[in-house]
Write a protein that binds this ligand. Structure first.
Ligand code: MG
Length: 315
């Protein structure tokens, strides 16, 4: 097996502001595994603040793997990209073509200002999105309450509103903001605080369902979350948690414990997005997934990973 690595830079249309900071672009390593003329692709793209390696560490890990393909990289983003390339290579070799279909995806609202929220939410609804996710906890609690109320007013009853705090609230902040809004307006809040031991209390006091995302980086954490009943939904990012087979494994654990799963992009480039779309169709075909991220970029993505009418299509 020959492994080829290429780096590229993707620019976001607007900075995405989360509790981890502001992201303006994505530096991506595209991986192509070649075997006797058959190819499989993967992608690695770490982002600061998510417990991953740096871009340079990821590139070094992949370069070492390219020299010795029997030894997979240990660092999570590099490993996810490598295992995705291998799985895609195996699929290409078996030449079974996947079935056509489509999967619902959510729109992502990253703006902090109320005026931009209004236009972004209206655009998303017009385009037919069934769920809208808004980043919270990157500003003060008073502003967040106003942002959520405004978004909820626009979104209901057409679509579902989801929130993502990226662990940016304290327990008090989370209780303060989420108690100030109508629980029936919010479908889910991802990572309200950095400590999953807070989440059951938040769920009980506010009635809002909790999603785990950043906490799902290894199997030990997955088992702890399940043991504490910390989350009702697992948001799985294949490009962070180890690629397709690791995602299937966690999805199965979640299913056995009555936890829903969503598949999510990590502001992925086209290759990782396509692979995540296929996993979403395989593992949770009736959910609305976090895979509507291609439209956030200035760069043009291939049409099969760009949302159309709130769906990604495979044909
Ligand atoms: Mg999240």
């Amino acid at each position: 097996m020959l492994i080829d690595l290429e780096t590229r830079n993707l620019r976001l249309r607007h900075p995405l502001v989360t509790a981890h900071g502001s992201t303006t672009h994505r530096h991506i390593i595209e991986i192509t595994a070649n075997d006797n003329g058959v190819q499989g692709q993967g992608e690695a793209a770490p982002l600061p603040g998510f417990g991953l390696e740096s871009f340079e560490e990821s590139l070094t890990a992949l370069e070492n793997w390219a020299k010795n393909p029997k030894r997979l990289p240990d660092s999570p983003a590099a490993r996810s990209g490598a295992t995705t390339a291998i799985e895609n290579l195996e699929k290409a070799k078996s030449s079974t073509s996947p079935t056509n279909g489509k999967i619902a995806v959510q729109a992502l609202i990253g703006s902090a200002e109320i005026s931009s929220i209004e236009s972004e939410v209206s655009d998303a609804l017009e385009q037919g999105y069934l769920a809208i996710k808004m980043k919270v906890a990157a500003t003060d609690t008073k502003t967040d309450i106003a942002r959520i109320r405004r978004a909820a007013h626009l979104v209901r009853p057409h679509s579902a509103l989801r929130l993502d705090a990226n662990g940016g609230w304290s327990l008090d902040d989370a209780l303060h903001v989420l108690s100030a809004i109508d629980s029936s307006d919010v479908d889910l809040v991802e990572e309200p605080t950095v400590n999953p031991l807070d989440w059951q209390k938040i769920r009980e006091e506010t009635g809002i369902k909790i999603g785990a995302d950043e906490q799902l980086t290894n199997e030990l954490q997955v088992h702890q979350l399940l043991q504490h009943g910390a989350a009702q939904t697992f948001v799985l990012k294949p490009s962070v948690i180890g690629g397709p087979s690791a995602t299937r494994k966690i999805a199965e654990l979640a299913r056995r414990n009555g936890v829903n799963i969503l598949i999510s992009s990590f502001l992925d480039g086209p290759i990782a997005l396509r692979s995540a779309r296929d996993l979403a169709m395989e593992l949770a075909p009736n959910e609305i997934h976090g895979l509507g991220t291609a439209s956030l970029f200035v760069d043009k993505f291939p049409v099969d990973v760009v949302p159309s009418g709130g769906f990604l299509h495979r044909s």
